[in-house]
Design a protein around this ligand. Sequence first.
Ligand SMILES: Cc1cc2nc3c(=O)[nH]c(=O)nc-3n(C[C@H](O)[C@H](O)[C@H](O)COP(=O)(O)O)c2cc1C
Length: 133
Amino acid sequence: MNGIERVYQFLDEVHTYYLATVEGVQPRVRAFGTALLYDGKLYIQTGKVKPVSKQIAANPKVEICAFKGGKWLRIAGELVNDDNRDVKVAMLDKMPSLKPMYSADDDNMQMLYFKNATATFSSFTEEPEVIQF
Ligand SMILES: Cc1cc2nc3c(=O)[nH]c(=O)nc-3n(C[C@H](O)[C@H](O)[C@H](O)COP(=O)(O)O)c2cc1C
C-alpha cells in the first residue's frame, strides 16, 4: 500500500475524524466521517450550505486529526472543490447513508480533495512518519 492509500485506510477505519478550519482568526473544528480515494486523490464530502464549506471557500487551509489503536494521524493541507459528478456518485455509492441527505445533482453536495498535504502518523513509541501528497 502506498502512502496516500494508508492515510485513506486509517480514516476509513476510525470512522470519525475531526476537521479544523479557520474562520477569520477563530479555529473551528467538527466531527467528520466521509473519505474517498478516487483517481489517486483523497476526498472528503460536505454540503455547500454548511459553515464549514464557506470557511474552506474563504481559506482552503485545513487540518484533520484522527486517533486509533495508539496511533494518531494529522493531515494538514488545502482542500480543492471538485464538481465532477462521477466522484459524487462514487461517494454516494461508498456511503449510501448519505443518500437521504445528498444527491449528485442537488447543487449542495460538495466533494473536496487534498492538495499540498502533509500527513503525519504519530505514536508515543515510534518516530513520526510523514507522507506528502
Ligand atoms: C460522526 C459524525 C460524522 C460526520 N461526518 C460528516 C461529514 O463527513 N461531512 C459533513 O459535512 N458533516 C459531517 N458531520 C456533521 C458535521 O459535524 C456537522 O454538520 C457540523 O455542524 C459541520 O460543521 P459546521 O457547523 O462548522 O459547518 C458528521 C457528524 C458526526 C457526528
